[in-house]
Design a protein around this ligand. Sequence first.
Ligand SMILES: CSC[C@H]1O[C@H](OP(=O)(O)O)[C@H](O)[C@@H]1O
Ligand SMILES: Nc1ncnc2[nH]cnc12
Length: 291
Amino acid sequence: MAKAVLGIIGGSGIYDLPGLEAVEEVRVASPWGEPSDVLRRGRLGPTEIVFLPRHGRGHALSPSDINYRANIDVLKRVGVTDLVSLSAVGSFKGELSPGTFVLADQFIDKTYLRQPSFFGKGCVAHVAFSHPVAPLLQKRLAAALEAEAIPHAVGGTAVCMEGPAFSTLAESLFHKAQGWDLIGMTSMPEAKLAREAEIAYAFVGMVTDFDAWHEEVGPVDVAQVVHHLHANADKGRRLVARLARDFPAEHEPCPIHSDRALEHAVITAKEHRDPALVAKLDAVAGRVLAR
Ligand SMILES: CSC[C@H]1O[C@H](OP(=O)(O)O)[C@H](O)[C@@H]1O
Ligand SMILES: Nc1ncnc2[nH]cnc12
């Protein structure tokens, strides 16, 4: 049984985790390039935590500039087994108002400027992704939100746009009409890469605005988003502290096998694999490529 290591990716407004004990900064090299920042490794209560600010401290990286592959690769290298993505999102539902935390578990990927996979020419793999979120991790997050009395909803669909500009009114009305719940700019390909790296993943959408569709509120503007980002950040940190307090010491096997996603996924015959790509995949896929 693997020791549980809880990874936290902080989004807009969450660039550190105050309260992290015995913190060390770990600079991990990745064959996939530069991650967003150094990792901050420490403990919250009994649980080992690794924190990474997605946009870097000081928020220097736009959603399209983030090296998602390097981020997931370094988290894998330091042993992260379970990963929580904290993300500022817009809402398409009146009842999911700013301040609400939504544990979205389905995604629509509308990004087009990002590398969506660790795999490719010389080592092809297709992981199952019908259920992107690890149910046990989501359940623990729901319990922590409940315990902290943070307004929340469990389940939902988040569309990930390329950005960085927010949506037009027509796009916003279209997304709302689809019945989707949230919009952000970073869940993809982060969630896909976590699955390829066999890391159990869950998503916390922290609502900052009603995007552009709301007739009374009017279109999203950055001042509104930043105001709610600050209000949400403290709740996000409380959520993580509570999750960590009750987290198991050993990684709980994922009932949908997200932590074994590569078991049957690599399709390229051994003799046709590109040794250079296989070498880059040492952390992400070493478990199955070494066979
Ligand atoms: C500052 S609003 C737009 C920005 O915020 C979200 O970032 P993150 O998901 O990292 O919290 C959104 O995806 C955009 O990147
Ligand atoms: N309305 C919105 N659209 C895309 N990303 C967001 N992040 C926060 N609010 C957003």
